[in-house]
Design a protein around this ligand. Sequence first.
Ligand code: PAF
Length: 288
Amino acid sequence: VSAPATARSVAELRARVRAWRAERLTIGFVPTMGALHAGHLALMRQARARCDRVMASIFVNPTQFAPHEDLSRYPRDEAGDLAKLAGAGVHLAYLPTVAEMYPEGASTWVEVAGLSQGLCAERRPHHFRGVATVVTMLLNQAQADLAVFGEKDYQQLQIIKRLARDLAIPTLIEGGATVREPDGLAMSSRNLLLTPEHRALAPMLNRVLRETAAALADGALAAPLLDAAVERLMGRGFRLVDYVELRDAETLAPLATAAYRPGRLLAAAHLGSVRLIDNVAVGDAAAA
Ligand code: PAF
């Protein structure tokens, strides 16, 4: 497998995209922060199945990390990532520098009101502003027909769908199903940071979500089941549970039961210094 071509500036990226467009080829795009795993590669294959050419970006976006968060220890492995992109049939890797993405004096933010409140924003108040801003830039830079984002970051996916619609970005946004380890743990670059002991406990997050989703599926009241889920996680050794919540699958409005609207059960919890997130569909077996 040949290594993908690389572009490190917007100009290089656009030159490549222009050439493909001149050949009337369709273009798929998968933005990432690198440390690629099977979950990312599934998104690349999804884009590959739908488009003639696929590009992936690797950019660890500083504006979506708070000063105390894990930006400096976020895993980075450019050579390894490029080999994986080659294996996944990706045609172009876009590897912009921080200076390219945030030119001197950059002062524009994209904020998606409503969807960016609650859930992960409770503990990471400026996180989604950073995500929405960088994704808007990446989509404008790439001008792809389709962009694919993982459902593991469910709140992020809904925010990106909304900003693309609201800002008339002419790229179709598609979600890709979460890829899991055999024991159910959602694949994440942060799993690399877990101690062996915490890695063994981590699948409990998904197990508790699945069991809670099953109990919610027949329309039961959510509040006691969500409290019980938090208690189970704490009892099993999670240091802190940020939330376990039932939300409307599309608007993310809180739901008291999943009886009337398709729901999504979402959670974030800490094992040691690593914060894990996961989510599952409720009352819609096809989307689980
Ligand atoms: O999900 C991610 O890896 C990042 O949040 C994204 C969408 C690439 C923006 O930096």
